[in-house]
Design a protein around this ligand. Structure first.
Ligand code: ASP
Length: 345
């Protein structure tokens, strides 16, 4: 890592989650990040200029929603010019959704936004929070050989790896390495040294000003297929009032039943103007909707393939596209191209 002579300025945004809790006589409590140095004195050894802000009421990330995402985006936008990098401390449960959402909402991002958390709180005897926090701060401060930020996108830095935010999935509730990027190489390894997988880092041709986006629209449905799913269940879900899109969680390479009632229900949804987006239930690989007859039927019904997108990125990309006010045809176009690195070429 090459560093400029200037002391890196890092803003930590604490939203809640296990990492920010300390053991008190009354049990685990979120600590006040304005006293960061008292709680994590080791961080002072980095020699960075670190400031922090926090949610008024830190949340368990199971309560995360688009309004809170907007708050994080605003904290970053309001402080964008003042800081070299941003660290978002977040519960692990919905961290991959937030990482995907921020990837779309922070338009023209050119600085590091590094999300981390932990499986055990900083105050616990055996814990992963301190190291995750310190590593994330280092990642947010890292520069490349040109003196530009090493990370110019939203990433999750957790235990031994740095992964692209819109490719991440939480895959274990107990292991310390909680996040994996199944369809895109890791962006960096955190061991004795922090090393970057430079060919896979996001780089930009243009330097545009940050354009924060706040109008995520969550009127969508996730329809998870399983053998034996009934016509009543499918039709009731597709009739949900107000929805504009359906993430269809399919089998294997993007396959679904070919029974007439099912294809009629999907065709009817498409004809009513709903975007139906095919996202496989498999974590690794992706849709090849035209490979099998059972997937090709979906293409013929007007279903859009999700290729190798994660469910988290699919859901938040739809929230972003619907919220942007695009027409259904425009949304279908955008779903088929990678906007922030969420799809492979
Ligand atoms: N339930 C917690 C949360 O997501 C778990 C964690 O922080 O790891 O906020």
């Amino acid at each position: 890592m090459t560093q400029t002579a200037k002391q890196p300025r890092i803003l930590i945004i604490y939203t809640g989650g296990t990492i920010g809790m300390v053991e008190t006589p009354d049990g685990l409590q979120p600590f006040d990040f304005s006293h960061l140095m008292d709680n994590v004195p080791k961080i002072g050894k980095l020699g960075y200029d670190i400031k922090s802000v926090q949610f008024a009421n830190p949340i368990d990330s199971s309560n995360m929603n688009p309004t809170y995402w907007g708050q994080i985006v605003k904290d970053i936008a309001d402080n964008y010019d003042e800081f070299d990098g941003f660290v978002v401390l977040h519960g692990t449960d919905t961290m991959a959704y937030t990482a995907s959402a921020l990837s779309f909402m922070l338009r023209n991002l050119r600085k590091p936004v590094v999300i981390t958390g932990s499986q055990l709180p900083i105050g616990a005897v055996r814990e992963d929070g301190t190291e995750n926090l310190i590593s994330a701060v280092e990642v947010a401060a890292a520069k490349d050989e040109n003196g530009d930020p090493m990370i110019q996108e939203v990433v999750i830095s957790f235990q031994d790896y740095i992964v692209r935010g819109c490719r991440a999935t939480k895959f274990t509730s107990t292991g310390f390495d909680a996040f994996k990027s199944f369809n895109y190489p890791v962006l960096g390894d955190i061991d004795l040294h922090i090393t970057y997988n430079t060919p896979y880092l996001m780089r930009h041709d243009t330097k545009l000003p940050l354009e924060p986006f706040y109008a995520m629209d969550s009127n969508l449905l996730v329809l998870w297929l399983y053998p034996g799913i009934t016509e009543e269940v499918v039709k009731a879900q597709l009739a949900t009032p107000g929805i504009k899109a359906v993430v269809l969680r399919t089998f294997g390479a993007g396959n679904a039943p070919t029974e007439k009632w099912f294809l009629d229900a999907i065709t009817d949804a498409v004809n009513r103007g709903l975007i139906v987006y095919n996202v496989t239930q498999c974590l690794n690989g992706g849709d090849e909707q035209k490979r099998y007859y059972t997937g090709d039927m979906l293409s013929k019904a007007g279903v859009i393939s999700g290729y190798d997108i994660t469910a988290e990125a699919a859901i938040t990309k739809l929230m972003y596209l619907i919220g942007s006010g695009y027409t259904p045809d425009e949304i279908k176009q955008y779903l088929q191209v990678s906007m922030v690195g969420e799809l492979s070429d």
